[in-house]
Ligand binder design. Structure first.
Ligand code: SF4
Length: 122
């Protein structure tokens, strides 16, 4: 909220004023990379990041741009483990792995609980 009553920033305003989403394919992550990053112990190691293609986060935070590469509907069960498996085949080896999900990993609308075990095993 702000003090100008003619100008209220809410979900509707954000959705109406942002651009279009990029076309995405829920069978593949929309990006993947390996970079040097610091670990919790201070060591610098190769770190893989997989940017998963998934349902848009419901919060619509004003500063967030993750919505640009999201779907409008949930991806099917098994899609996220399949994306991770696919990306791991493309990436060089790395010491640690980060998963970007464009929202909460624990939102069941985003990642079905039945996929947790397969994701953890990967
Ligand atoms: S992903 Fe995080 S920052 Fe982006 S809209 Fe959702 S809660 Fe906000």
């Amino acid at each position: 909220m702000n003090e100008n009553s003619d100008y209220i920033i809410n979900d509707s305003w954000i959705l109406a004023n942002r651009g279009r989403k990029n076309p995405v394919d829920w069978r593949k992550p929309y990006a993947w990379q390996v970079e040097k990053e610091r670990t919790a112990t201070g060591e610098i190691v190769d770190t893989a990041t997989i940017f998963l293609t998934n349902l848009e986060c419901p919060y619509h935070c004003l500063m967030c741009d993750l919505w640009k590469n999201t779907t409008d509907v949930p991806v099917p069960a098994g899609a996220i483990p399949a994306q991770i498996e696919w990306a791991l085949k493309q990436l060089p080896s790395a010491k640690q792995l980060k998963l970007y999900n464009s929202g909460s990993f624990f939102d069941e609308g985003s990642i079905p609980e039945e996929d947790y075990q397969k994701i953890a095993s990967l």
